[in-house]
Structure formats: structure tokens, C-alpha cells
Design a protein around this ligand. Structure first.
Ligand code: CA
Ligand code: CA
Length: 307
């Protein structure tokens, strides 16, 4: 883990998506953070020790999903499945498949496995799975503010975790998507899907893969925008914990009340033509019951004491 000394920083961005605005000052206390996302190997040790069964491995309870067709209530997870044609970018069902039997050990369905992927980030973990791992490891999950402070690597206000250019001198600094999402992945960064943690350079705090590879869970409930900047230095929020759970529901689905957490950092599916969320300020709302092939997590420990 790396020690993040804490401080005041400018959180959010006014230059990109509406949910990242406004830029506002926030203070966070010191904490330690994992240098990489939790890997398949690490998650394996957790499951071996605890017998933990992940959310994706348990068939959904019909009581929790009123109106769902019974034959849709199977254990599985969302797997990215690229279409061969150009598709409507507003319709994510064109490239996401809820695949029966997909889970962290079988990232592409029951016939797949994680052989050779020990050093890749674990995926297909729902929020409760990340939380259970953190508890077992004697750690916690970061808030959005802690995560973003760490991701910035000391470059306050910069666009990216490494400066203001996406690919400085043509060099890829994170595992993202090159080409026309979702049908054409030119893999100029060397990876079509997840990559070994540490394959790309660390940020100024020595943290790998904060940007790209996999999105990472935080503990904050999602809100559609940030709070306004404090009018005076006295009133800068300290260690903010996000908005209320009730405000995190998806307004497009008024009948489905599944709360959503903030994901940070973007993933290997973030592309210039679709989702430019390979930046510390970027955020995404993820329902707590959802797991996918591009979401993982890392843990923190609050305080300065060496873990
Ligand atoms: Ca890539
Ligand atoms: Ca990441």
C-alpha cells in the first residue's frame, strides 16, 4: 500500500460530463491505499479463507425483482460482447450480455477460466463482494473523494492522472480503448480486455491502474452532480461521504429502486468516441447488485499508521 498524506484539492471537472461538475474544494485525511486493484490471485486467497460466494454466483430472488421473467432469473454477470456491426451508442444492450455462469472465476462464461490471469484485476464483483473482501483484509473501501485525491497523484486540477495529455509523446499511460467503440478495438495500448496490474506506469503517488483497466467501486452513493464550491476556506468539506442513498436511484427507471454507488477511473472500454471517462474526475453510477467484466476495486486503510 502507499501512504496518501491527505490535503485539500479541487475535486471534479467543469470541462467534461455534467455529473463531474462543479469543481469544488474538498479535504481528505491521510490514508493508505492499495497500489493496484485487487487481483484474481488475491481474491482467490479471500475465497479460500472464507468460502465467500459472490453475488454473480447466486440466482436472483424473484421477490427482489418484481415483474422479471422467471427464465431471466439466473446466476450470471454482464460480459462485454462486441457487436460486429456499427450500433446505436445509446443502446448499451448492443454490447452487454447478461451471461449465465459468468463470474469472477469464469469471466467470459462457464467454459472460460482465469488460468494465467492471476495478476489481472478481479472482475464480476458486486459492491457487497468488494466490501466483504475489504473486511476480510482488515481494510475499507475508499470514498469518492479519497479515491480521486489518490488518483490525481499530486497533480491538482490536471485532466489526467499523469498530466494534461491523454497520450504524452504517443505513449499510452493506461489500458483504455483505441478505435471505434464498441465494434473496433485496435489495441494500440497492447490489451483488448483487462491487463496485468502494473502493466502501465504508476501515477505520482506510485499507484497503478487508477485510470483504465477496470472501474473501481467507492462507498459513496451516486448523485447527479457535485456540491457547489465552498464560499470560504473555512467551509471546505472534510472527508465527504457522498449524497443520500435515496438520491442515487436511476431516474430513468422510476419503478426500480436499486441504489447506486460511484465507480471511478474508467476501464479498458473507455473510448474517445463513446465514454471519455479515463480521468480522475470522471464518475459513473453503478447499481449495487450489478457486476460486470470491467468493474473491480481496491482497498484503503485510514490513518497514517503503517498497515
Ligand atoms: Ca486497451
Ligand atoms: Ca482502474
Amino acid at each position: 500500500m502507499a501512504l496518501i498524506r491527505g490535503g485539500t484539492f479541487r475535486m471534479g471537472s467543469d470541462a467534461h460530463y455534467a455529473e463531474e461538475a462543479p469543481v469544488h474544494r474538498v479535504s481528505v485525511d491521510a490514508f493508505w491505499i492499495d497500489c493496484t486493484p485487487v487481483t484474481n490471485w488475491q481474491f482467490k486467497q479471500f475465497v479460500k479463507a472464507t468460502g465467500h460466494v459472490t453475488f454473480a454466483e447466486i440466482p436472483p430472488d424473484p421477490k427482489d425483482y418484481p415483474g422479471a421473467l422467471p427464465d431471466m432469473l439466473y446466476a450470471g454477470s454482464l460480459v462485454f460482447s462486441p457487436p460486429s456491426q456499427r450500433v446505436d451508442l445509446r443502446d448499451w444492450s448492443q454490447w452487454w450480455t447478461f451471461l449465465k455462469g459468468a463470474d469472477w472465476r469464469h469471466p467470459f462464461g462457464p467454459k472460460s477460466n482465469i488460468d494465467g490471469l492471476d495478476d489481472h484485476p478481479v472482475v464480476h464483483v458486486a459492491f457487497a463482494d468488494a466490501l466483504a473482501y475489504a473486511k476480510w483484509a482488515g481494510k475499507e473501501l475508499p470514498t469518492e473523494a479519497e479515491w480521486e485525491f489518490a488518483a490525481r497523484g499530486g497533480l491538482d486540477g490536471a485532466e489526467f492522472a499523469w498530466g494534461d495529455e491523454l497520450t504524452p509523446g504517443g505513449k499510452h499511460m493506461a489500458n483504455t480503448w483505441q478505435g471505434e467503440f464498441p465494434r473496433q478495438n485496435t489495441c494500440e495500448d497492447g490489451y483488448e480486455r483487462t491487463s496485468p496490474v502494473g502493466a502501465f506506469p504508476p501515477n505520482g503517488y506510485g499507484l497503478y491502474d487508477m485510470i483504465g483497466n477496470v472501474w473501481e467501486w467507492t462507498t459513496d452513493w451516486y448523485s447527479s452532480k457535485h456540491e457547489a464550491d465552498a464560499p470560504k476556506a473555512c467551509c471546505i468539506p472534510e472527508n465527504p461521504r457522498g449524497g443520500p442513498e435515496g438520491a442515487s436511484y436511476d431516474p430513468r427507471l422510476p419503478n426500480i429502486k436499486i441504489p447506486r454507488k460511484v465507480l471511478k477511473g474508467g476501464s479498458h472500454l473507455c473510448a474517445p468516441n463513446y465514454c471519455r471517462r479515463y480521468r480522475p474526475a470522471a464518475r459513473h453510477a453503478e447499481p449495487v447488485d450489478t457486476s460486470t467484466s470491467h468493474v473491480g476495486f481496491r482497498c484503503i486503510k485510514r490513518g497514517r499508521r503503517t498497515p
